[in-house]
Design a protein around this ligand. Structure first.
Ligand code: KIV
Ligand code: ZN
Length: 390
């Protein structure tokens, strides 16, 4: 699929409400899930994985209501590889204008060992369940869980079976965050080249962040031919989380020169949904988190602040407005220089002569040595103290 400019489109599949909610302690209420789904749909996410309908009555209701209210996004539900899960999933997603069933089974030796299925028995199960899902819905995604630790020959074999049984998207999960970028790209490239029918369907990448490589692995998979990225807002998800939506969207935007693929996401809505997800999940965003962290567009050191005041591009590769943030923040602290203090004083309505600024700067540095961050109120107090002393 291409966009208006003829550039290849990468579909954004958000799983904040399913994989994200699976992180211990991140449970969201019914109303919160509906609100997040609405924001995702509004910002142009292509597919929303709304939950795991068989997991609980609450999950079922949430997926069903999100499906009923959906506008443009495809609404997807997760189902294990059994007929009962798939039927329950269909009951929930079928209310959407554009429903999808996502069914999965663990294919690596460790995962095959859990249901005690032989390779042949598992292959048979995959054929049966994907066929069943496809008889219900014409949009079916299949995932070999722990694909990156599955033997190559077996992975190829089961992917081919799923395609023949009617899967329209094949997702390749790096369930435990084990792969690395070169391998991630190569795996997709080889599957597309070697599996019969692979060019008829969409390959997706689903990366976990156990080694901090989820975003890099997802983008590498796209370079290898994947055209759907599975991700979550703020990278929420099991253990160290999933690929962060805001990171892949902004990386594809900022480095479109070397990664020429577009998404349909309106990036100016990122900050708002990031804050919402942090609040409802109870998982605060780390200060130095890429794109949405409190410090991602903040500068304290004198050299950086001076540079930013002259030309924002000296120390920022994106504009804060591009993610829906009003402006960069120049934080005053002990590393700040005179230029930033002058700018702050002017913002607060103080216009000082050079010798006055010199004096205030000395007192500001004394204060900054005692305090981590100097706020507007501190500057006003500093000015008042100076006026009283005069
Ligand atoms: O990480 C994983 O393997 C998953 C699957 C259910 C797709 O979340
Ligand atoms: Zn996952």
């Amino acid at each position: 699929m291409t966009d208006k400019t003829g550039q290849d489109r990468v579909l954004i599949f958000d799983t904040t409400l399913r994989d994200g909610e699976q992180s211990p302690g991140a449970t969201m209420s019914h109303a919160e899930k509906l609100e997040i789904a609405e924001l995702l749909d509004e910002m142009g996410v292509d597919i929303i994985e709304a939950g795991f309908p068989i997991a609980s009555e609450g999950d079922f209701r949430a997926v069903k209501e999100i499906a009923e209210r959906s506008r443009d996004a495809v609404i997807c539900g997760l189902a294990r590889a059994n007929l009962q899960d798939i039927d329950r999933c269909w009951e929930a997603v079928r209310h959407a204008e554009r429903p999808r069933i996502h069914t999965f089974i663990g294919t690596s030796p460790l995962h095959r060992d859990i249901p005690k299925l032989s390779k042949d028995e598992m292959a048979e199960r995959i054929h049966e369940t994907v066929t069943h899902a496809r008889n219900l819905c014409d949009n079916v995604q299949w995932s070999p869980m722990d694909a990156t630790r599955t033997e190559w020959d077996y992975l190829k074999r089961v992917v081919e079976i799923a395609i023949k049984a009617g899967a329209t998207t094949i997702n390749i999960p790096d369930t435990v965050g084990y792969t690395a970028p070169v391998e991630s790209a190569d795996l997709i490239r080889r599957l597309i080249a070697e599996v019969p029918g692979a060019d008829e369907i969409v390959f997706a990448t689903h990366c976990h962040n156990d080694l901090g490589m989820a975003t890099a692995n997802a983008l590498a998979a796209v370079a290898g031919g994947a055209r759907q990225i599975e991700c979550t807002i703020n990278g929420l998800g099991e253990r160290a989380g999933n690929t962060a939506l805001e990171e892949v969207v902004m990386a594809l935007k900022v480095r479109n020169d070397i990664m020429p693929w577009s998404t349909g996401v309106d990036s100016t809505k990122i900050m708002n949904i990031s804050r919402k997800v942090a609040t409802v999940s109870g998982f605060p965003v780390q200060y130095n988190k890429a794109i949405v962290g409190k410090n991602a567009f903040a500068h304290e050191s004198g050299i950086h602040q001076d540079g930013m005041l002259k030309n924002a591009e000296t120390f920022e590769i994106m504009r804060p407005e591009d993610i829906g943030l009003a402006s960069t923040s120049l934080v005053l602290g002990k590393h700040s220089g005179r230029a930033a203090l002058r700018a702050k004083l002017e913002e607060l309505g103080y216009k000082l002569a050079e010798n006055q600024l010199k004096d205030v700067f000395v007192r500001f540095k004394e204060l900054a040595d005692r305090k981590k961050e100097v706020y507007d109120e501190d500057i006003v107090a500093l000015m008042r103290a100076g006026e009283d002393a005069a």
